[in-house]
Design a protein. Structure first.
Length: 279
């Protein structure tokens, strides 16, 4: 029996306190600093059961139905079954029905599966080939949850994020994957635990010792400062020889990704001006 959400939520404040100071202001845009402050105020001392409906999360991380209408057919065409679409109820995500599938999903789950499946299609690689995955900016942990479930082994996963989101990822991923699969890092040095999801607040990124196979960042680097982008590039995408990036075409990081061998793949007419950059 895993730890209940209610029991995990009672520990959220202590987890956030452990990582709160692990932040480097060079890496944080002002708008995200404001969102983080709002989230802290509203989620402490104990996050509500429907925390995924908080405006700072719902607006940023749940796409609209026009996007789902384009992405869902592709996702269903690539999955062997609809089981991965079945949404976890943790956090009270806004649900949508999957026609003819007998399961409810969310726009976030469809969107994240679309990213992962388009990566496999565009590169010819399998997610299961990646033994170590680093994600810069993981939201509440949804993409990494799905990657772990799609993977045929036990990948070593690392999410680098702002402290309040590191704490939210701990809450969400412990509830959906089990606490034994999640490791919270709050001091240096940071050496990821093998076969688990490692949560690293951005202030410790300079102390992160990892050699990745796959680096993922979907719009998070887009919404980070130039200093953060420079750090990721300086680290050679944390050693990864395969990339899954999503960003605005106009972002200064786009030509940098191309220079490192990434190929631009349009998301589609439903998201104009947006591309994946993949290797």
């Amino acid at each position: 029996m895993g730890t209940s959400f209610a029991a995990l939520a009672e520990r959220f404040g202590a987890v956030l306190q452990a990582v709160r100071e692990s932040v480097d202001p060079r890496y944080v845009r002002g708008d995200w600093a404001d969102r983080n402050a709002q989230l802290e105020r509203d989620l402490l001392p104990v996050p509500p059961a429907d925390f995924l409906r908080h405006p700072a999360i719902r607006f940023q991380m749940f796409v609209d139905e026009r996007v789902v209408a384009h992405e869902l057919p592709f996702v269903r065409g690539r999955l062997r079954s609809d089981a991965l679409l079945a949404e976890d109820p943790v956090g009270g995500p806004p649900m949508i029905a999957v026609p003819g599938a007998g399961v409810n999903t969310s726009s976030n789950t469809v969107h994240q599966l679309h990213h992962l499946l388009r990566y496999e299609q565009a590169t010819g690689r399998r997610l299961s080939d990646a033994r170590t995955v680093v994600e810069w900016g993981g939201g509440f942990g949804s993409l990494m949850r799905l990657l772990v479930r799609m993977h045929t082994g036990r990948p070593t996963c690392v999410i680098v994020d702002l402290p309040v989101f590191t704490a939210l990822q701990w809450l969400y991923l412990c509830a959906v994957l089990g606490e034994e699969r999640v490791v919270l890092h709050h001091e240096a040095p940071v050496r990821p635990a093998l076969g688990r999801v490692n949560l690293v607040p951005v202030g410790l990124v300079g102390d992160l010792d990892v050699d990745a196979d796959l680096f993922v960042s979907n719009w998070a680097l887009n919404e980070s400062t130039p200093a953060a982008q420079d750090e990721v590039v300086r680290r050679g995408w944390f050693g990864a020889d395969s990339l899954l990036l999503a960003m605005h075409d106009s972002d200064p990081l786009a030509p940098v990704a191309r220079h490192h061998g990434a190929r631009a793949v349009a998301l589609g007419d439903f998201m104009p001006g947006q591309h994946y950059f993949v290797i």
